[in-house]
Every structure is written in C-alpha cells, then in structure tokens.
Design a binder for this molecule. Structure first.
Ligand SMILES: NC(=O)C1=CN([C@@H]2O[C@H](COP(=O)(O)OP(=O)(O)OC[C@H]3O[C@@H](n4cnc5c(N)ncnc54)[C@H](OP(=O)(O)O)[C@@H]3O)[C@@H](O)[C@H]2O)[C@@H](O)CC1
Ligand SMILES: [K+]
Length: 498
C-alpha cells in the first residue's frame, strides 16, 4: 500500500525530516536531483537539455539537475523563469554552485535547440494560477513537442486536487519525491504527469494521507482452505434484474462466483428464469412474480436471506415499487449480514432517509457520481472538487462503507480512512462493468474479508481485470464479459503469487 499526499502534507514531511530528524535540506535536494538525473539518462534524449527553473525549491532541484548534467558532460542550458528577489535559501546556494561550475545560463529559450526539457518551475509550493510570463512559458513548452521531465509535479497542477491552475506543463514523465502526490493521481493531473516514478530521497514517516493499493497488497486476498466446502467460501444472494432485464443479474452473480464465492443464488423477476438458467447454470435461482403481495414478496426475500452469508441488492433492479419493497425487506431483516447496495437500489435509498439510517459499517454502497450526488444531495462538481468532504458528510447520515465510482474511484471505509484506486482504464466505462464490481465486492465479503478491506481490494482487482481486458481487446471495444475474463486471469495470477 502506498500513501498519496497533498502538497501541504508533503511540506510538513519535508520540514519534519529537516528539523526533527536533522537531515539538511540540501542533502534531500541532492538526492532528488540525482533521481531526476538517473531518469533523464535512462529515458530521455540528452543531446541538449533545457532546464527551466522557478525561484523556489522546485527550481533549486532543477538547478542541481543542470549541474549534474553539466558535470557528467551532457550539454545543458539553465533558464531562470523566476525572480532573483524571491530565491529561497537553497536556491541561492544551488544557483551559486551552478555558476561556480560554469553551467550555461541563458536568458532566452530557443526551443528548437533542445531534445529534452526539465520542468522545475513550480512544485508542491504552487499557490495560485499560472499567469503572465509563467503561463506564456508553459504554453510554449507544451507547443514545442519536446519531451518533458517534470520535477516532483508538472508545473501548474495543484498537488492536492489534480486541477490545472490556469495552465500546466504536460510532461512525458514525472519524477516525484518520497510520496506520490494526490494531484498526479487524480485527473487531469495524472494525464499531465505522464509516466510517474516515485523516488526515495530520504523523507519518511507519512501516516496521514490517502491510501492506494499496489502489487504488495495481493496478500490481502483471502487464503483458500484446502479442506473447504461450498459453504466455507460464502453463500451470496444477488437480488438483481427486473422484468425482462437479466443482464445485470448475470454479470454481478458471475463476478461473485469467479471471485471465489462458494455458492450464488439470484433472486429475480420470474421473466428472467429461463435465460439465467441457460446463461449461468452454476447459479441457483429464486424468483418472484409481479402479482405477489408485499407480504409474499417479503417472505421470499427473507427465506433467501436466511440462506445467504452476504446479500447484494440493486443491479438492474429498477426503481419500481416492487424494487423498493425488496430493498426495504433486505435492510429490515438483514440482521448483521454484510450487504452490498448498488445501482437502482442506491436511487431508492436516496429517497428513503429511514432506510439510510439502517446502514452500518457492514453495508457497502457503490454509487457512481450521479448516484452519489443524489445520496449526498450535492452536485457532481462538488464531488469532483471535494470528494472527501462530501463522503464524510454523507457518512453522518448513513454510516456505511462507501465506494464512489469515477475514473479514479474513491473508497471511504467506516473508520474514516480514504483509498484512491489507481488501476483501470476508460474502457471500463461500459455497460455491465459496475455490475461486475458489485459481484466482486460480494464474493470477497463471502470469503470472510471485512468491508474495510473488501471495498478497496475489490475496486483494485476490478481495475486490474479491466486493464487485462483492455490489453486483450482494446479499451474501445472491451465489454463486461472481457472484464469477467480479466478477473479470472488476475485471480489466477494472484493465487500463484501468494
Ligand atoms: N528540502 C525540501 O523542502 C525539499 C523540497 N523539494 C522540492 O521543493 C519543492 C517545493 O519547494 P517550495 O516549497 O519552495 O515551492 P515551489 O513549488 O518551488 O514554489 C514556490 C515558489 O513559487 C511561487 N509561486 C507559487 N505559485 C506561483 C504562481 N502561480 N505564479 C508565480 N509564483 C508562484 C511562490 O511564491 P509565493 O507564493 O511565496 O509568492 C514561491 O516563490 C518540491 O516540490 C520539491 O521539488 C525537494 O528537493 C526535496 C527536499
Ligand atoms: K515542476
């Protein structure tokens, strides 16, 4: 697991390393510059490099990089875009050292001369929009088409939100120091950053921030019991589908079984019986009929719930009165069973504050931004700009585990921890993809994972499955069926690693 930090958190970490741990700022900076230098040598054409610097410590990193290039015999020009009067202490020292070593300093950049540009204009200290000469320079760099290595973060990207502050430099690669910044993990910042490398420069100790799973977290996958039986691996009830709508029930239940659940039962409208039995014979079926009274319906749901260890409700359910009765029965009679609430069930829940109050940490809600805006009674742009704030506010009404789906999915666990998922691709914006995620969450819960782990792990795994699908079929053409195939392949790979 890695920790993603904001600019403010990173500055505190810098300061505590310098002041409390006693590592001089220039030592950290030299390590930062060496990491950039290594990346330049490995990945960039170094016939002639231009390093553009601001007046702060990001600029000072850049000056140190220019010195390292110069001393190693690579042609380099240094261009100071900032003002001498605003130099930090470190920048004064680096600038003097560059002059002592006779690094070439230019007053104009003739971009046609360069094969690589190092962007050391602003780092985590960016405090406002780029304007004037900085904006003009960023635009010229972007228009030049020359490969750019960004130092720490592309200049113009907000380190906490990923927003473009007026204009931002588009990098080919970003070497970021100590911890990956949240701003280059979110969109659009992550696109501006290009390929990202996180380099150890001797700054440690982050405990606050947003968590993100990585390959080491394969170990979270519940171990299989060689002596287990169908019951050991979880009985999952999917309350899904509606009149002549069977697809969502199919994708969610299949994903639950592929994720390792022992048994899956689909509770759906009678009209879906034949097609589901043909498509997915491994699933058990319980059906209800439109003519049933609420009491008859409730009886069927309760019986199926008695059988299940985990219930998932919502995929393809519709927002009919029958669907509302189903959801109400689930939340009223759930005892303490984990419940995944997805899709149409979330739209029903948005209208029923009384049902929201029945949710607890064992309930996992999986809204996309539209559903979340209805639940949290805010706009989609509120959620984009302040995702954590609105997820916190919603938790006060509905104390559940929350998966807020977007190009970068956020997870808020019931203890208030936040995760941001970095796997997946735009091909996953396809019909049935959300149903697959719902099934993966349920399947993992069924194998005994607690909701605080199952939610971030399922999203991560689902993203990896999507990445596998994109490499097999292409992001444009991949379908939910391909994500199911990706899921199988990813789990096989993870089991072989564990
Ligand atoms: N020892 C350490 O601390 C280490 C730090 N490291 C490096 O330091 C970087 C952080 O350095 P930093 O804090 O000096 O901030 P930085 O990003 O250079 O910019 C600040 C300057 O820009 C100015 N400014 C801001 N916005 C502006 C705008 N829109 N337009 C114009 N001006 C603007 C701002 O002015 P002010 O807001 O004060 O008016 C100030 O002068 C970090 O990303 C990493 O690269 C690494 O070497 C590891 C060790
Ligand atoms: K930068």
């Amino acid at each position: 697991m890695q920790i993603l930090v904001t600019g403010k958190q990173m500055k505190q970490l810098d300061q505590s390393t310098i002041k409390q741990m006693g590592i001089p700022s220039l030592v950290l900076m030299e390590r930062a510059a060496m990491a950039v230098f290594d990346c330049l040598k490995q990945h960039f054409p170094l016939k002639k490099t231009l390093v553009v610097c601001g007046s702060g410590n990001n600029g000072a990193d850049g000056v140190a990089v220019a010195r390292l290039l110069h001393l190693a015999g690579y042609p380099v020009d240094l261009y100071l875009a900032g003002n001498h009067t605003s130099f930090t202490e470190e920048m004064h020292i680096q600038w003097q050292a560059a002059k002592n070593y006779q690094v070439s300093i230019v007053n104009n950049c003739r971009f046609s001369e360069y094969t690589t540009i190092v962007d050391a204009l602003f780092g985590v200290g960016l405090s406002r929009e780029l304007s004037g000469k900085y904006q003009a320079l960023a635009e010229k760099i972007n228009a030049s088409g020359i490969p750019v290595l960004a130092v720490d973060i592309p200049s113009g990207i907000h380190a906490g939100t990923g927003q473009v502050m007026g204009t931002a430099i588009r990098a080919t690669e970003t070497v970021t120091f100590a911890y990956r910044k949240l701003g280059i993990s979110l969109y659009p910042g992550s696109v501006y950053a290009g390929h990202i490398q996180v380099k150890d420069v001797g700054i440690y100790g982050a405990s606050e921030g947003v968590f993100s799973l990585d390959n080491k977290d394969v170990s979270w996958l519940p171990a299989r019991d060689p002596a287990g039986n169908k019951g050991t691996f979880g009985k999952i009830l999917l309350i899904a589908g509606s009149r002549n709508m069977s697809g969502a029930a199919y994708f969610s239940s299949k994903a639950a079984l592929l994720s390792g659940a022992g048994m899956v039962r689909i509770l759906t409208d009678e009209s879906n019986r034949i097609i589901l039995q043909q498509q997915f014979p491994e699933a058990m079926l319980s059906v209800y009929e439109p003519s049933m009274t609420p009491d008859e319906l409730s009886e069927i749901v309760r019986k199926a719930m008695d059988w299940a260890d985990v219930v998932a409700v919502g995929p393809g359910l519709s927002t009919s009165k029958t669907a509302e009765n189903l959801l109400q029965t689930v939340l009223t009679f759930r005892q303490s069973k984990p419940i995944v609430i997805d899709a149409d069930a979330l739209n029903l829940l948005a209208k029923r504050k009384d049902l929201q109050a029945q949710c607890d940490a064992a309930c996992i809600l999986t809204p996309h931004l539209g559903e979340m805006s209805r639940l949290a009674e805010c706009t989609i742009s509120d959620l984009k700009v302040h995702p954590q704030k609105f997820m916190d506010v919603f938790y006060n009404n509905c104390s559940c585990t929350l998966i807020m789906k977007d190009a970068r999915t956020w997870i808020r666990t019931a203890d208030g921890s936040f995760f941001l998922n970095l796997t997946g691709n735009d091909g996953m914006a396809t019909a049935g993809s959300g149903d697959v995620l719902c099934g993966v969450v349920a399947g993992l819960l069924g194998q005994g994972m607690n909701p605080s782990k199952a939610a971030p792990f399922a999203v991560w795994l689902h993203g990896l499955a999507g990445d596998q699908a994109a490499s097999a079929k292409g992001a444009r053409s991949m379908k939910a069926t391909d994500i199911l195939s990706g899921l199988e392949a990813q789990l096989q790979k993870m089991d072989s690693q564990n």
